[in-house]
Design a protein. Structure first.
Length: 269
């Protein structure tokens, strides 16, 4: 997912809820109290809530995180579950806005953020990142009937992007007057309903969304060098070390590749 756009409905709905929880925790118990002390787990990792790994994620963002049969599932959720297991903690997922996640606000109430977050210099100024766990460049997808054959031929057409994302920024940089959607679910719905001709965003998500639709096509891929990482509060080296240890284990034992195959197959690459 993603560069920056702050004044959105999702920010007021989700991020404001997070900030409200934070305010309550700071003023609870007779007023003037402080937030509950963080608790430790094996390896000296400090958790916000005792016995729980609290993860912020922008849901839905299929196939990274979405709900199925009342449960949070997806590629990122599989990784989150492994992190919690290694920390001997229960997984607690908080549904946050992406604006709160990519500005670091979410980390006031979560131990980590896992939500298809592209590692950028701007974001590294306000949060730390794990080692990259997925390469995820951009792609342009379109309806077969659109006549779009490359990004230049998309100019003047109805192109959609998810707001606050690297896809939105890339479209702007290439001179596209793109329509912005609050989340990728709405973006894909518009594409399939025919209200837009094309969508520009991450290969993993858009490739997955159209993989079984004969009316859709992948037009072009753009090697932007995007890598996804897990966001960690600035300076929390113990958490970063633990997260990286889990990612290394998942890479070494083949689990990460298995998760990729399960959720993306070959469609996202």
């Amino acid at each position: 997912m993603q560069l920056k756009s702050l004044a959105t409905a999702k920010l007021s709905a989700k991020a404001a809820a997070i900030l409200a929880v934070g305010a309550l925790s700071l003023t609870a118990c007779g007023g003037g109290g402080t937030a509950p002390a963080a608790t430790s787990t094996p390896g000296s990792v400090q958790l916000i809530n005792a016995g729980k790994l609290t993860v912020c994620s922008d849901i839905p963002y299929e196939p990274f995180e979405f709900q199925k049969d009342g449960k949070n599932v997806g590629f990122d959720m599989d990784i989150a579950a492994e992190l919690a297991k290694d920390m001997k903690a229960e997984l607690n997922v908080v549904d946050s806005s992406f604006e709160a996640i990519e500005t670091g606000t979410a980390l006031t109430q979560c131990d980590v953020s896992i939500s298809s977050i592209s590692i950028t210099d701007t974001r590294k100024a306000v949060m730390d990142f794990s080692s990259p766990y997925l390469n995820d460049d951009l792609t342009l997808v379109a309806t077969e009937a659109s006549g779009i054959t490359n990004i230049d031929s998309a100019k003047g057409k109805k192109v959609g992007v998810q707001q606050a994302t690297t896809g939105a920024q890339y479209a702007k940089d290439k001179g596209l007057d793109a329509q912005q959607f609050e989340d990728t679910g709405l973006l894909v719905q518009a594409l399939k309903a025919g209200t837009i001709d094309a969508a520009l965003g991450n290969q993993s998500v858009l490739g997955y969304a159209i993989k079984d639709d004969s009316k859709m096509k992948r037009v072009e891929n753009y090697a932007t060098g995007e890598k996804l990482g897990i966001a960690i509060k600035k300076g929390n080296t113990a958490m970063a070390d633990q997260v990286n240890a889990t990612l290394k284990r998942l890479t070494d034992d083949g689990s990460l590749k298995k998760f990729e195959t399960t959720w993306f197959g070959e469609a996202a690459k």
